[in-house]
Design a binder for this molecule. Sequence first.
Ligand code: UTP
Length: 236
Amino acid sequence: MKRNIVIKIGGSLLFTDNNKILSDKITEFCRILKNNKDFGKIIVVCGGGSIAREYINAVRSLKGSESLSDIFGIELSRINSKLLIASFQDYAYPQVPKSMEELSLALLFNKIIVMGGLQPGQSTTSVALEVAEFIGAEELVILTDVKGIFNKDPKKFKDAQLIKHLTYEQLEKLILDLQEDKQATAGEYRIFDFVSLQILKRSNIQVIVTSGKDLSEFIKLWNGEKDISGTLISKE
Ligand code: UTP
């Protein structure tokens, strides 16, 4: 039986620093996934990126609640998902599932499924883990704008070191340590949120966090190569 896979693509990877849409990159990402030999069900979870953060900050300054800010983030992640669906054309289920029920329906059609956020209070990484658990995927790939998980924020600290392997337990300790270290958290180094960690701890999902800045690592991974630069998170 073919393995099921979930891929989370950070919203920031779909845009330039000036918030222009990287259409060629979206085309390339979708082209890779359309060429599938090894996987059964494929679900892509799309993040909100900087545009979502822009709306979230605006809602906060308009004195909207945190839940309302989250709802804006969710909507933006769904818009980003629709961009991918536009590029996948017939290869993708045409709608963005908004709940696990809608996902169950989408799964009947044997197409690539693209979705964004589900409910306030979590991130699209949590969604990706929930979905991986739901469809029994053993693997979740997180494509982000840095090379993996570091011992501190690599955008702030030149001496930050990439961690090649983490057990669930080590990841939990790292998140707690970073929270205590005020210097490292000042820039909001969100490697993995707590909701995601809780889902991960009750699962047996293997997570690979790697760079999606260019798609070279992802292509290697998709082709079954083992030597991927990034962080592997596993139960043991
Ligand atoms: P993410 O923060 O997960 O997007 O979702 P992202 O693109 O992966 O983030 P970066 O740019 O790569 O770091 C965007 C926002 O949407 C809301 C949250 O506010 C989140 O910060 N959200 C997302 C939810 O409230 N619930 C969800 O299920 C998903």
